[in-house]
Design a protein around this ligand. Sequence first.
Ligand SMILES: Cc1ncc(COP(=O)(O)O)c(C=O)c1O
Length: 329
Amino acid sequence: MNALADRIDSLWRYKDFLPLDTSTISLGEGRTPLVPLTDTVSAKLDYLMPTLSFKDRGAVMLAELARRLGPDRVVADSTGNAGTSVAAYCARAGLPCTVYVPEGTPAQKTEQIRAHGARLVAVPGGREATALAARAAADEPGVFYASHVFNPYFLHGTKTYVYELWEDLGGRLPDALAVPVGNGTLLLGAALAVAELHARGLIETRPRLIAVQAEAVSPLAAAFHAGADDLLPADPATPAAPTLAEGIAIPRPPRARQILAAVRASGGTFLTVTEDDIHDAQRDLAARGLYVETTGVACWAAVRDGGDAVRGSVVVPLCGAGLKTGMAG
Ligand SMILES: Cc1ncc(COP(=O)(O)O)c(C=O)c1O
């Protein structure tokens, strides 16, 4: 740990563990504060990032890789925050960028994407249709597909969330990590970091992963509690309902098998939160001085009333700033 003391004050201090060891396009991402909420639950303020969400951890990796490869343009698809982040780092790298988002993405997020100079394509038909449109565009020559879902570099970026916790807690991790899960990039990054720290003998016990989904769109929670190792067949009779947590509203996450296996291997579980839980948690955090977007409050919504899954010390990420959605009403 002493070896870290003199390192740069961004996630690049963990360069020995990253697939790229330096970045000329860093915006100082990472090293977010950890603040206590209760005696046992702390929040890591990942909304205090250059583009106001945790996605900067992964997007800087993708954009740095793209910069080195020198494509004609970069394409990304997103529920909003990943696209914003890719747009910002592409702007920094001088790379033309197109971001596909589902129609209905909050105006604050689309405005931010455009502000960074990216071309915005709003796709009707939801998150799946958006991903298909981006993938078709990514097949064109000269395109770098900055996919936070498929590109493993993104997970090497998100894993720094756990490296920071390990450093801030004096070389240990909490008993449980609560993580919001849509496509699972923070969850899989966290699992990767835990595996690496354990393999290097830097932690003895591994934290439980408490994966959190909105009840309205909870395909992974349903599969987990059914004992399945992949998504259950989609039921056309119960389509995904709208949710305030639009950032984690992913009906068919492509990495479902990996996510389910990671949560099980950790001894963790899935929790779901209702729209009322999200609403109340956002108000509660704001009343404590923390202005967090509706998706970003999901983990606090899931753990704040305790329950068996929440025993021991727990860290919740507050993943996106309140300015991105405003209050839920
Ligand atoms: C604020 C916020 N929290 C959590 C997530 C979930 O991330 P993932 O889809 O990688 O699980 C997102 C994704 O956009 C988000 O914007």
